[in-house]
Design a protein. Structure first.
Lengths: 354, 361
């Protein structure tokens, strides 16, 4: 084979392999998210009875009722098995209404059921379909656990507090490392990173005792203190190098032209450090928002939202479809935060060239 | 009125390192004072002490007889131009200049008027809407200048503002700064290590070395009446030539002897050395005070080592033992390397320095 042709084929093969690899990785990352979204719209029946899990949630459900020994026999159509599955054998009409709603997220009025059952009484086997309330999971999530909405608020509060504490303390620490020379500076700088090495769950139990002594156990502010521990270290590292890249002369000039040292920081240093500070805020937010391991240990009656989501997963009666709805709700403020902070991270003053 | 007085001012950096040692200085109103000296002599430290960016170890600083030693920079009624310009990159040129004015609670019309006035003075009126990273180095320096002028301070501080400019721009800016000073009549302190810059711009020059003042005087003073060997060797290009000579007295007149020449001083000049009792003396002669004379009429003859043409002048280098002596003469008549020339000194311009201390006799 001519060398030109050989090289061309080789290059094509390389590119194809690369694309396959990238697609594969993308699928591994994207599929779980895809399922999270679809599962949050699925009913109990689809989640647990339909196997393998359908790729799309259904908008309507098909039923069949026929006369039975105990009264009426209810069938629900299984898309995957492609046949009706008998699920309920009862006489109790009230129970049947609530059962249908609970199992398939399809609300049915008593009149409609009565008219169907009247037909069944006449000897027919009735097949009917109902419109599914696709977003029922979301309202169920909040209704079944009264604490869900306050937990969401608590999560937001904790995240904001963590960001605030990390930026203020970490920012001040970073500034000190950048501008001043003092004894033990190098050791201290390494040690702030050292605190992040400990597994969070292991330190959570002694942390619970300490918080209890402070009277901050089971309170969002206490939780944000614990989250801040790791964030402060990272913030100090990032802000130290950011502040070091801002020439001292800029601050000195500000002091000569009308500000105090603090004013120089506010008017000159901070605007220039904003992208770095925004990145630190993002890390602080991430460390606090999704966190549930420490939250479970450190809260009891005032959980944060991830804990509530987790509670839906626990146990034999776990309702994962509601948990996925909770997961979606958990994602929304994170997305909003990201859209907000993105502007500051991307903001560049054309570089700090003096 | 805006005069500056430094009393017993010193700055210590560590147990053995003193940046500025016990300095007393008086800067007159409307004066353009230059602090000149080699790197590490304490000139920038002095400037920063006056600015309030460094804390004094001892001593006091008075601006218009007000003790500002403990005042932060913003309360001292000063402004400063930095060597690196220190123009704020996240603000437009207009906002850079207006920054200080906004703290003074002026109306925005007033601020606008002042900003445009100083922008005009430094010729950057068309750049007001730009950001600093869209400007060249020279333009940024003008922004720093405008920013400092806008405040109309009592004392104007400049820390080697021309050092980062290319050679041609530097010379242009020298003249512009001098013109601005004449227009604003602001008391200014200018720090530099470039002696030609200092000579061309200063009303008075303060020559510093190792944290101490060596000489204060007008450019003429430090040039023609250098206080010591260091000043004489620092000021002027090419630098002063120094000769170690032996002092002999014969009949009331002084004769200076050196392996290469014997210099007989007349009565007037001999009297200058009346109080000098040492055997040896350092003689200083500036290059332009060494002349090439007709054969046989000079102090000594010597072979020319190198000739550096400088347009209408030439620098002629001679080698005396292991020392190089340079003289400046007009290009005509031309001198060639290897030629033997007759050398004489201008008697009016001989400088005598103590052989040990180096101070002027």
């Amino acid at each position: 084979m001519k060398r030109e042709v050989k090289r061309g084929i080789f290059r094509a093969a390389k590119t194809t392999t690369l694309y396959i690899l990238v697609t594969g990785v993308a699928m591994i990352i994207l599929f779980p998210i895809y399922f999270l979204v679809t599962m949050s719209f699925m009913s109990d029946f689809e989640m647990y009875n339909e196997w393998p899990l359908p790729l799309l949630p259904s908008f309507t459900m098909h039923f069949k009722i026929e006369k039975s020994d105990k009264g009426y026999l209810l069938y629900i159509y299984n898309r995957m098995d492609k046949k009706y599955l008998d699920v309920l054998n009862t006489d109790d009409r009230e129970y049947m209404t609530s059962f249908i709603k609970r199992k398939t997220n399809c609300p049915i009025s008593r009149e409609k059921l009565n008219s169907i059952l009247a037909e069944v009484d006449r000897g027919k086997t009735v097949e009917f379909k109902l419109r599914k309330n696709i977003v029922l999971n979301y309202s169920l999530f909040f209704r079944l656990k009264q604490d869900a909405w306050p937990a969401l608020v608590r999560s937001i509060y904790t995240a904001l507090a963590t960001i605030g504490i990390s930026l203020i303390i970490g920012g001040m620490g970073g500034y000190a490392f950048a501008r001043y020379v003092f004894r033990g500076k190098n050791i201290l700088k390494l040690s702030v990173l050292f605190v992040r090495m400990f597994p969070a769950v292991a330190t959570a139990i002694p942390a619970a005792i300490i918080l209890g002594n402070m009277g901050l156990y089971d309170r969002p502010i206490g939780l944000s203190f614990i989250y801040s521990i790791g964030s402060i270290g990272l913030t100090i590292w990032i802000t130290a190098s950011i502040f070091m890249s801002i020439p001292v002369e800029l601050e000195e000039a500000a002091q000569i032209f009308g500000t105090s040292r603090l004013g120089a920081f506010w008017h000159v240093t901070m605007p220039l450090a904003l992208p770095g500070l925004a990145a630190c805020a993002m890390y602080a937010f991430i460390g606090s928002w999704n966190e549930y391991a420490q939250a479970i240990i450190l809260t009891q009656f005032n959980p944060t939202f991830p804990v509530v989501v987790f509670e839906y997963v626990l146990g034999a009666n776990g309702m994962e479809h509601l948990a996925t709805a909770g997961g979606m709700i958990l994602a929304i403020p994170a997305v909003i935060f990201y859209l907000f902070i993105r502007r500051y991270i991307l903001r560049m003053w054309g570089g700090v060239r003096v | 009125m805006a005069n500056l007085r430094l009393e017993n001012l010193s700055k210590r950096f560590s147990r053995r390192v003193w940046g500025v040692k016990k300095m007393d200085l008086l800067v007159n109103d409307k004066e353009f004072l230059v602090l000149l000296g080699p790197s590490g002599c304490g000139k920038t430290t002095t400037l920063r002490l006056v600015a309030g960016l460094e804390e004094a170890t001892t001593g006091s600083i008075y601006i218009d007889d007000v003790d500002v030693t403990d005042f932060p920079p913003r309360k001292r009624d000063i402004s400063m131009v930095f060597q690196s310009y220190a123009v704020w990159p996240h603000m437009r040129v207009y906002d850079n200049i207006a920054f200080a004015l906004r703290f003074k609670k002026l109306s925005s019309d007033e601020i606008d008027r002042i900003v445009r006035e100083v922008a005009d003075m430094v010729k950057i009126s068309n750049l007001l809407k730009r950001f600093p990273d869209q400007l060249s180095g020279g333009q940024r320096q003008r922004v720093a200048l405008a920013r400092a002028l806008a405040v109309k301070p009592k004392i104007f501080l400049l820390d080697e503002p021309l050092s980062n400019l290319d050679a041609k721009l530097r010379v242009v800016m020298r003249t512009e700064l001098k013109a601005i000073h004449q227009q604003t009549q602001a008391t200014s302190i200018f720090v530099t290590h470039d002696q030609s810059e200092a000579m061309s711009m200063a009303d008075r020059i303060v020559i510093m070395r190792d944290g101490e003042i060596v000489q204060i005087g007008s450019p003429d003073d430090v040039y023609f009446k250098s206080a010591d060997v260091f000043v004489a060797g620092f000021i002027g290009t090419p630098p002063t030539n120094f000769f170690e000579v032996e002092v002999e007295r014969t009949g009331g007149l002084v004769v200076l002897k050196n392996p290469f020449f014997t210099l007989r001083l007349d009565e007037k000049r001999s009297r200058l050395l009346d109080g000098y009792t040492k055997q040896k003396l350092t003689l200083g002669v500036r290059p332009e005070d060494i002349v090439i004379t007709k054969r046989g009429e000079g102090l000594f003859d010597e072979r020319v080592l190198v000739v550096e043409p400088q347009g209408s002048q030439q620098i002629v280098a001679l080698k005396l033992d292991d020392k190089i002596v340079k003289l400046v003469s007009p290009r005509i008549p031309r001198v060639e390397p290897g030629e033997s020339v007759s050398i004489a000194f201008n008697y009016e311009r001989l400088h005598f320095f103590d052989i040990d201390t180096g101070r002027r006799v």
